[in-house]
Design a protein around this ligand. Structure first.
Ligand SMILES: [Zn+2]
Length: 211
């Protein structure tokens, strides 16, 4: 089942490697199809993964199809889908600069015009929880309110969208913006966008979410 979606997921996992957002089998991705979630398997290197390794689960986490174990972060994916009806695809990465921000527990402020309409008015860091726990998912959902992304404390980042392609693009944008922010911080004190601009751009984010 869901052959087209599995192929798409496989392709996005390879793109995650290509863009240096993960290494080996780290990170994970999924997409929601009706009451099912198509999710990357646990511990399979993306460069060796085939569509037969992809797992289908239901919203309670039961395996519907597949021979592999689903990603260890299955509880986070399910927690996001259950709390955000607007989200149909999730990409979770361990990229360098986003992870650096996540270990500093440093949120990414609204510093660039291209950031806010796409990701929301500044990206927050979730409270720490162990990988693979439901609590990690709960903590992520909490800080992702009105946002398309979160930094996961001492771990990495997660981006959500309506398509896998968009979730991957947001992951690249988030990583790039974290890099810009940290580079700027080495030279001086970054200035945030004016408050009224952030409000207007956040309205655009809200509008885009409706589509
Ligand atoms: Zn992870």
């Amino acid at each position: 089942m869901y052959e087209k979606e599995k192929k798409e997921l496989l392709n996005i996992c390879l793109e995650m490697i290509k863009h240096d957002l993960v290494i080996g089998s780290s990170g994970n991705a999924s997409l929601r199809v009706g009451d099912h979630v198509v999710i990357s398997p646990s511990s399979v290197h993306y460069t060796e993964m085939t569509i037969d390794d992809v797992v289908v689960i239901d919203m309670d986490g039961n395996e519907v199809e597949g021979t592999r174990n689903p990603s260890i972060e299955k509880p986070m994916h399910l927690e996001i889908y259950k709390n955000r009806r607007d989200v149909l695809a999730i990409v979770h990465t361990h990229s360098l600069y986003a992870s650096a921000m996540a270990i500093l527990h440093e949120p990414l402020p609204p510093i660039l015009d291209e950031l806010v309409p796409k990701l929301g008015a500044g990206i927050r860091v979730s409270k720490y929880a162990m990988p693979g726990t439901k609590q990690l998912g709960i903590n992520v959902v909490e800080v992702m309110d009105e946002r398309s992304a979160a930094l996961i404390a001492n771990h990495g980042a997660v981006c959500c969208a309506k398509t896998l392609k968009d979730a991957l693009f947001l992951s690249i944008l988030l990583e790039r913006t974290c890099k810009i922010y940290m580079t700027a911080k080495q030279v001086g004190k970054p200035i945030e966008l004016p408050e009224d601009v952030v409000e207007d751009e956040q309205d655009i984010w809200e509008m885009m979410r409706e589509f």
